[in-house]
Ligand binder design. Structure first.
Ligand code: NOJ
Length: 743
């Protein structure tokens, strides 16, 4: 332990020695703070809540607040906390800084599609700088849940289906948020979530139970969390649901044994919102006292509460002998250590003037634009329709093409719509006087059958345009398309259709979007389809009938500018899919890394009515270059367990334009003490190559890549076996070689 750590520990222990049990429980309590207008709506849990929170603050019984983003409010509430607490301990402000605060970056699944840890780290560093300037010290991010069922709306918040990519993205995000160490200037604490298994919700229904095998947990769902812990994450958030019958927020195995015991996590654990409280509704805890005691005993240090926290009952729990005060003290120690390390005890207030400057820093917008350029995935480009070559007239079609709110995606609250660049804005700016750009929405926005809980925030749900004549608008869009040299059609899901509590039973384009697309394609004008999404949608018709398809995700504040950069060829697309793109909802979950199982020759024909292969495979994406792989070699063809073999492969841009490629390396174990997936990603590198340029890339494969969790021995193993290596531009790569292990 360094001198610095000893000083921190002494300071924390001195505080704990002077605190009452009620004050300790207060430090472990986090409240939402929403200044929403009073409401009688059922479920309007937040109305009237500020007064209750301010009373608790004044009694020194609040450890943390969430959802306060205005620096002046941060200072006002902080003053209440510091003055109300006889030890002068300030509150730590936390928030869902998921993909930016004021400058909105592409949504996390888009950032993952960049396969570029550098740009991901830079993006979250921008988010951290803005948040810190506003007085927020802690992000409830990254979400590192593996998601294999796109019906689950939170697929947009993660890095997709794969543990190797997921781990790389998780670590990059933690580095971006925290910098070199917790408490670095301009950085904030990262809180990877939701521990663990949340992405595997039954039926893709958010919050439903999760049942995962031992092998899936260790080999697939836990690795991104481990990577985040190894990258130094200061916090972890629990998950809402039951994992294999035990609520994750009350799971001693998950929190005490795996997280702290096996991985040595030394930060603090926060519950998801109301999750401690809900240990009762799970049919797990008898009452709130029991819920609080069991959560703390399992390893939860802080309760995220809307109101009526279970942790307010911790003093009774101690009196009743349900909880040991030393266990409580250990939690308080972890929370206060984070506060001291974040500098909160020395500098609890924020500089409001500086916040204004930082939040409007143009350098942040530049990072967001690069991130959006690098996230775009080109799914189809028949006849090299893209990049656009000086069209004289462009029709931009679709309601999402000019929606400032939707291009930002879900999980943003502090955005500035005035500075948001829509696709239409971006195309107009880029085309300048060189092309006539005309716009028609064609159809009105689609709506959810059941409203989103986020619709309580202003401008969240799409507004129905007044006096919209459906037939006339569709006809106008078709006319515009017919008269143009190229039609850019922007379709997808409105942003309140994706994210938390946004599960779907279908993957179809909502509303009249497919009909609009078909009508535009029928004009004969070349069509570029731009997909705005956070999950795969049913694109079977488009994949056959639309010459160019670019997945732009929800690309953020600078989204429209970045999309124009890609469409006009100022930069080449180079993103790759972080999930297998299903043909239809009936196929899900469909993953590339399944085991071979029975009748492998027919694995693409498991259904009699539809191919069981994905529409686009994991790792897929085109560029303006055309890439070939050759010279796949190994520095040796035999290793012993524990040794490393280095794979080399040459990538050549055989196209006529510069382009970006993500070279990917997959392994298959031929035999061993368990059946292993037919392919597993074990290396990737994104490169930019000029036309005709070649580069030789190297990928080391050592114990980290070769070991796996064996469900029979319940331990990590490296089998004696032969391993096939595949290199290429997606998970169907064919160039192959092999080596043996331990023979
Ligand atoms: C619930 C969500 O599950 C979690 O991800 C989020 O951080 C909290 N609410 C706070 O908004």
């Amino acid at each position: 332990m360094s001198v610095h750590s000893t000083e921190v520990a002494e300071r924390v222990d001195a505080l704990i020695a002077r605190m009452s049990v009620a004050e300790k429980a207060g430090q472990l309590t986090q409240y939402f703070y929403f200044n929403l207008p009073p409401s009688d709506e059922p479920g309007a849990v937040f109305s009237g809540q500020p007064a209750m929170v301010e009373t608790a603050l004044a009694k020194g019984e609040v450890g943390s607040l969430l959802f306060v983003t205005d620096p002046a409010e941060v200072n006002r509430l902080q003053r209440l906390a510091v003055e109300g607490n006889r030890h002068g301990i300030g509150v730590l402000f936390g928030f869902d800084v998921v993909h930016g605060l004021r400058t909105i970056l592409p949504v996390p699944i888009a950032m993952a599609a960049s396969w570029d840890p550098g740009v991901i780290e830079q993006g979250q560093a921008v988010a951290a700088r803005e948040a810190r300037a506003a007085g927020i010290g802690w992000a409830f991010a990254p979400m590192v849940d593996i998601a294999r069922d796109p019906r689950w709306g939170r697929v947009v918040e993660g890095a997709g289906e794969d543990p190797y990519l997921g781990a790389a993205v998780a670590a990059a995000q933690v580095r971006g948020f925290q910098g070199d160490s917790l408490g670095s200037p301009d950085r904030i604490m990262a809180g990877p979530k939701h521990f663990a298994g949340y992405g595997a919700a039954l039926g893709g229904r958010d919050y439903d139970e999760v049942n995962l095998s031992d092998s899936e947990l260790w080999n697939v769902y836990l690795p991104p969390f481990k990577a985040a812990v190894e990258a130094g994450a200061g916090n972890i958030m629990t998950a809402y649901m039951d994992l294999n019958g035990i609520p994750a927020t009350g799971s001693h195995w998950l929190l005490a044994e795996v997280l702290r015991g096996t991985w040595g996590f030394d930060g603090f654990v926060v519950s998801d919102a109301q999750a401690v409280h809900n240990l009762r509704t799970h049919g797990f805890a008898a009452d709130l006292t029991d819920a609080g005691a069991r959560a703390v005993s399992a390893g939860v240090d802080m309760e995220m509460a809307v109101g009526d926290p279970a942790f307010a009952h911790l003093p009774q729990a101690i009196e009743a002998g349900l909880l040991d005060e030393e266990v409580l003290d250990a939690s308080v120690r972890r929370v206060l250590t984070a506060k001291v390390r974040m500098g909160l005890l020395d500098q609890p207030y924020v500089d409001e003037e500086r916040a204004r400057t930082v939040l409007s820093d143009p350098a942040h917008r530049a990072v967001a634009r690069t991130a959006a350029q690098r996230s775009a995935v080109l799914l189809r480009n028949e006849g090299d329709l893209l990049p656009l070559t000086s069209p004289g007239s462009i029709a931009v079609i679709g309601p999402l093409a000019d929606s400032r709110r939707d291009i930002l995606g879900p999980w943003v609250f502090d955005f500035d719509l005035d500075e948001t660049v829509t696709v239409l804005d971006g195309i107009r700016n880029r085309a300048g006087d060189g092309a006539e750009v005309r716009y028609a929405p064609g159809i009105r926005p689609a709506h959810r059958t059941f409203p989103s809980m986020f619709d309580m925030f202003a401008s969240n749900a799409p507004a129905d345009p007044a006096g919209f004549d459906d037939d006339a608008e569709l006809a106008r869009a078709v006319t515009l398309a017919r008269e143009a040299d190229v039609a850019l059609v922007v379709l997808g899901e409105w942003q309140n259709m994706i994210g938390e509590a946004a599960s779907r039973s279908s993957l179809e384009l909502p509303g009249g979007q497919l009909a609009l697309l078909q009508a535009v394609v029928a004009t004969g004008t070349p069509v570029v389809l731009l997909i705005m999404n956070g999950r795969p949608l049913d694109l079977r018709w488009a994949a056959e009938n639309v010459p160019a398809i670019l997945d732009i995700w929800y690309p953020g504040t600078q989204g429209g500018a970045a999309v124009a950069d890609v469409l006009f060829g100022d930069v080449a697309p180079g993103g790759k899919l972080p999930f297998s793109w299903p043909r239809t909802v009936g196929q899900v979950p469909v993953i590339y890394s399944h085991t071979i199982s029975h009748d492998p020759g027919n694995q693409g024909r498991r259904y009699w009515d539809e191919a069981s292969t994905p529409l686009y495979p994991f790792g897929y994406g085109l560029s303006y270059g055309r890439f070939e792989y050759s010279d796949l070699t190994l520095d040796r063809d035999q290793i012993q367990a524990g040794q490393t073999v280095t794979v080399s492969v040459t990538v050549t841009n055989a196209g006529r334009r510069a382009g970006d490629e993500v070279a990917q390396l997959y392994l298959r174990q031929r035999y061993g003490s368990a059946s292993r997936p037919s392919r597993e990603l074990k290396g990737f590198q994104r490169v930019t190559l000029a036309a005709g340029e070649s580069r030789t890339l190297r990928f080391p494969l050592g114990p980290g890549e070769l070991r796996y969790w064996n469900a029979a021995t319940r331990d990590w193993v490296i089998d004696t076996t032969t391993i096939d290596v595949f290199a290429g531009g997606d998970s169907t790569a064919e160039l192959t070689t092999s080596f043996t292990v331990g023979c």
